[in-house]
Design a protein around this ligand. Structure first.
Ligand code: SF4
Length: 352
């Protein structure tokens, strides 16, 4: 296991390596190669200029062996399969970490207009690049999930969605997809991710469909940061998020609800930690993740924003991890999803 500072540096500076399992664009904040560091899944930027180099599963810094085993996740067998109607499985769902199957069920977002879009997001870039399909059907997802479990030992699934114009914000399609996957693979832990629906009863529909956990991702609890970074989404008031989180905790249970909090958007670190403490008190896991500059996003292509300082990421992660540990809400207790996987953040290394 790396020390926390090394893990933060790897997250921010990346590694010179070949990673067979990686993605170059997509929903949310990451742009990474998937590796195991000391056995834990980690999504690490592939960076040809990083001072860290991976050579024969050993991590070197300026030529010195750091004594850490780092193993790239191998390309899964299911990537070589194709649906009957000719769609490669790889375009329907992807392997994240060692054993998480991840998909974006609807790859378009009603907020993708340049004035509205989250500035760290590239959800439609992978669609434009032909790397995925616009809408994954429940039947396709069931077929791919069954193969990924059978051939590659997948143990959980994450389903996210671009935001639709309906009051359910895409949750109804998610529910259909969860049902179909669980008919094909009974018992597979599935996390769903969506914006706060206007009609909160769809949260119960998602649970009834069989999802075991949910991510309702706010990204920042600072309204000024939200207005700058997530202009479309910022019109959903924080009060609506709080209502949705509270209802989600009632439906899914304490520590089965999570939200991303990005570090490096210009927020006050102490306020971020104080906001995380309120989330923990509600039973919501604040999944703290460093902002990653990703080509194809407005943050990088237009604003030229870089990675946040390592000491801030380290301090915030350490303090939020301490809150989570004190509350008995560690990632091990999450049944599926990003907090359970942990690869995009460093909270697991910090003990949470
Ligand atoms: S934390 Fe979430 S987005 Fe990141 S690798 Fe894990 S499942 Fe994928």
């Amino acid at each position: 296991m790396p020390d926390l500072r090394t893990r933060v540096d790897l997250a921010l500076q990346g590694v010179r390596m070949d990673a067979p399992v990686h993605r170059e664009a997509g929903a949310g904040p990451s742009d990474d190669g998937h590796v195991l560091i000391g056995g834990l899944g980690a999504a690490i930027p592939v960076n040809p200029t990083s001072p860290y180099v991976l050579r024969r599963d050993r991590l070197l810094l300026d030529g010195a062996d750091l004594g850490l085993d780092v193993t790239p996740v191998r390309r899964p067998l299911f990537y070589d399969l194709t649906t009957d109607d000719g769609v490669p499985y790889e375009k329907i769902a992807r392997l994240h970490g060692r054993d998480v199957l991840a998909t974006t069920v609807v790859q378009t977002c009603m907020r993708y207009d340049e004035a509205e879009r989250c500035r760290f997001c590239a959800i439609e870039a992978s669609l434009a690049a032909g790397a995925t399909t616009a809408v994954k059907t429940p039947a396709q997802l069931a077929e791919v999930a069954a193969a990924a479990v059978r051939l590659d030992g997948v143990r959980s699934m994450v389903m996210t969605t671009g935001t639709s114009r309906g009051t359910d914000r895409g949750a109804k399609h998610l529910a259909r997809c969860v049902r179909a996957v669980l008919e094909a693979v009974p018992g597979l832990p599935v996390q769903v991710q969506c914006e706060p629906p206007t009609d909160l009863s769809v949260l119960q529909d998602l649970r009834d469909a069989g999802a075991v956990s949910i991510g309702i991702h706010v990204e920042s609890l600072d309204d000024a940061v939200r207005a700058r970074w997530t202009p479309g989404k910022s019109r959903v008031p924080l009060a609506a998020y709080r209502e949705a989180w509270a209802e989600a905790v009632r439906v899914f249970g304490r520590n089965q609800v999570s939200t991303y909090l990005l570090v490096g958007l210009g927020e006050d670190p102490d306020e971020l930690v104080a906001g995380a403490a309120e989330l923990v008190a509600m039973g919501v896991y604040p999944f703290v993740v460093p902002f990653r500059p990703l080509r194809g996003t407005l943050a990088v292509d237009v604003d030229g924003v870089g990675a946040p300082p390592a000491d801030v990421v380290e301090r915030v992660s350490r303090e939020v991890a301490a809150l989570l540990v004190a509350a008995g809400m560690t990632s091990d207790g999450q049944r599926a999803g990003c907090a359970a996987c942990g690869a995009c953040g460093v909270l697991k290394t910090a003990g949470a």
